[in-house]
Design a binder for this molecule. Structure first.
Ligand SMILES: [Zn+2]
Length: 134
């Protein structure tokens, strides 16, 4: 891979990383550290109060999913930056063939070539299908 391409990818990764860190911080402040609403023990639980609780729970659930997703992404970006440093960036982790540059530009945190990625997704779908058949 040309150094210029690698520099560009590294630049993009660092930019993504910064944005993710900000997002994670915001989600954490907005949701995870906010004290949970506790029932005050009075029996006057109205219909609207229940709806409030439900939507609150929904928001939290969504935020948590987003938080976990973004943390995984952050981890993948850190790994990619590490591979750039080691000089192994752009090599598929499964079959060791070089990953297409266009793919790296589009998904800079990937560590699989398109063939192995497709293979992985196919396997994922199959094992999920098997599980749900149960
Ligand atoms: Zn591969």
């Amino acid at each position: 891979m040309r150094k210029r391409d690698l520099d560009l990818i590294q630049h993009n990764l660092l930019k993504m990383r910064r944005r993710l860190m900000e997002n994670l911080q915001r989600i954490k402040e907005d949701n995870l550290q906010a004290p949970p609403r506790v029932a005050t023990g009075d029996s006057g639980t109205s219909q609207s109060h229940m709806a409030d609780l439900a939507s609150d729970h929904f928001d939290r659930e969504n935020s948590l999913q987003l938080y976990l997703y973004e943390r995984r992404l952050l981890h993948a970006i850190d790994e990619a930056l590490h591979r750039i440093k080691e000089g192994t960036y752009g090599i598929c982790a499964v079959c060791s063939s070089p990953i297409n540059l266009r793919r790296l530009m589009a998904v800079p945190n990937t560590k699989l070539c398109i063939r192995c990625q497709e293979e992985k997704e196919r396997n994922g779908v199959i094992s999920k299908a098997l599980k749900s058949r149960g």
